[in-house]
Design a protein around this ligand. Structure first.
Ligand SMILES: Nc1ncnc2c1ncn2[C@@H]1O[C@H](COP(=O)(O)OP(=O)(O)OP(=O)(O)O)[C@@H](O)[C@H]1O
Length: 306
């Protein structure tokens, strides 16, 4: 039986894999959730740090490992390093080791760095989702806490505990980001389910107050129309509204199409904002011109005085 009863490993604990014999030394706990505890570790005798997850439930952890193994082939830089069992003194516990993502959860990153990052982070996240979808899986529990962003804007999905094969019920979801919560469709894992969550996530990142207000309604009256109203009301959504609306209505054929359309709209938005307004001289040019007039006047004055 591989169920974890341990309250948590203190720093310095050595976790030795039963089958592969790798030794990992715990530096600190990174976080804990419904499925398990995640530690920052380093491997004995090797440079580099990893994140190691010890599961509460062996079957749940194994299903995460299966998904990550299946994705290993598709990723140039695989997330899963290895999986093994460990005897912690009283029990045998399952664990897996993954790349350590040094960064912050998406909402904190955006709060710190500004909402202009939503377009670039969104693009990278849609790329990640399309790899997952191409392998026949829906992420399920897409929310800002499950998206880590490094200081340089590198994006990584964490917590594959909610992943399910297309056509199966989603295993884990979080109210705001769940299609069922907004009476907008089933809880079946498919491309549209993740794109719906992605859209609500963008709405929350750009206007959390309105999303919070919309979610306060009676469950039976909540609908996509409430989310669409937020898109229409707040001009911050202008570059995103068409795309987000399409995702909320489940109108993308697949995540490749969603990704390409996101790219197209974002580039169009950037090009428009970079284009100078006809007939208007940029302020820096007017200032430079005024400065050159002053310099010229001084030169003429000193020329005639001397
Ligand atoms: N690869 C990683 N790199 C850095 N930190 C990580 C990594 N994986 C997980 N974490 C940290 O550990 C926390 C818990 O991890 P995770 O979300 O996988 O656990 P969980 O039990 O499945 O949580 P939940 O209850 O949200 O389903 C995360 O919120 C994050 O802070």
């Amino acid at each position: 039986m591989t169920t974890l009863s341990n309250p948590g490993y203190p720093p310095g604990t050595v976790i030795t894999g039963k089958w592969r014999n790798s030794r990992y030394i715990v530096e600190r706990m990174l976080g804990k959730g419904a499925n398990g505890k995640v530690y920052l570790v380093h491997r004995a005798g090797v440079r580099g740090r990893y994140a190691l997850k010890v599961g509460h439930d062996a079957l749940d952890l194994q299903s995460e490992i299966n998904v990550l193994n299946a994705l290993k082939e598709q990723m140039p830089d695989p997330y899963l390093v290895e999986a093994d069992d460990h005897h912690d003194g009283s029990h045998e516990v399952s664990f897996y080791v993954m790349r350590y993502i040094e960064g912050s959860p998406l909402h904190r990153f955006i709060r710190k760095r500004g909402t202009e990052w939503v377009s670039l982070i969104g693009l990278k996240l849609l790329e990640k989702l399309s790899v997952l979808h191409a392998s026949g899986y829906a992420f399920g529990d897409l929310k800002p806490d499950n998206v880590m962003v490094s200081a340089y804007g590198r994006v990584e999905l964490i917590d594959y505990g909610g992943v399910s094969s297309f056509g199966r019920s989603v295993k884990q979801f979080t109210e705001w980001y769940d299609r069922g919560y907004w009476n907008a469709g089933s809880r079946t894992g498919d491309v549209s389910y993740d794109l719906f969550s992605f859209a609500v996530m963008c709405i929350g990142l750009l206007d959390e107050k309105s999303l919070r207000e919309a979610s306060c309604q009676l469950p039976q009256t909540r609908s996509v129309a409430d989310l669409q109203l937020i898109l229409r009301r707040n001009p911050v959504f202008k570059p995103y509204a068409v795309w987000l609306n399409k995702a909320l209505c489940g109108n993308f054929a697949d995540s490749r199409e969603a990704l390409n359309e996101w790219k197209k709209r974002m580039y169009e938005g950037t090009a428009k904002s970079a284009r100078p307004i006809p007939g208007r001289t940029p302020r820096w040019l007017r200032n430079a011109f005024a400065l050159s007039l002053v310099i010229m006047a001084c030169a003429v004055y000193f020329f005639f005085r001397s």
